[in-house]
Write a protein that binds this ligand. Sequence first.
Ligand SMILES: [Zn+2]
Length: 250
Amino acid sequence: MAKKNKSAFAVEGEIIATEEFQKSSMTQKLNWLRAGVLGANDGIVSTAGLIFGVAGAGAKPDAIFVAGVAALVAGSISMAGGEYTSVSAQKDSEIAALATEHKQLRDNPEAELRELAWFYEQKGMSPALAKDVAEELTKKDALRAHAEAELGISHEDHVSPTAAALSSFVAFAAGSLLPLLTATATPWADLRIPFTVGAVIVSLGLTGFVAAQIGGAKPLRAIIRNVLVSLLTMGVTYGIGMLVGGGIPA
Ligand SMILES: [Zn+2]
């Protein structure tokens, strides 16, 4: 693959440009995957933690099931709501910035042209070239050029708050289902807790690994960190469940 790139570069610069472009759209896809993996990770850890807290207090299986379902539903809605709010806020601020830019372009095109050229000079172009580039891009699509150079945003692809919320919801719910199922549906009641611990460790090892691959980090460290955090969560909630549960009059 690397060899192919090299020869492509030697033969034709255009091919490299195409590959870079594909790479950047790949990065966007990976951002979605990353959000999904992190959402699932949250679902696993928080639901397992809650189940262990209730189990530590000596709850009966049906109570554990109800608590697990409540954790799944509440967590998924909360994640989706948080995502919706934050993506909406980002979208609103981008739209407001574009509107301001639009107004400035209409009211003061000369100053805006100089400003755009200045941005390209900051990137290392000579003043003459920066002026030419700014003029040409202004002719083509001034708002787009300003959005990219000044605001660092593309004025076409806003992330949809609804899509972001929906995917967070699904990711968290999917993660939650795992400890919920092992803790309530494992046929041998005695094995429910160890099965759940095992399933949580394996699945968090997997989400840690995928997250590390996406971020280009060392997988082993990410896996260990992820698993340790979850063991700590389950241990702490189990312990607190035992403490608090012991104090509740039967
Ligand atoms: Zn501007």
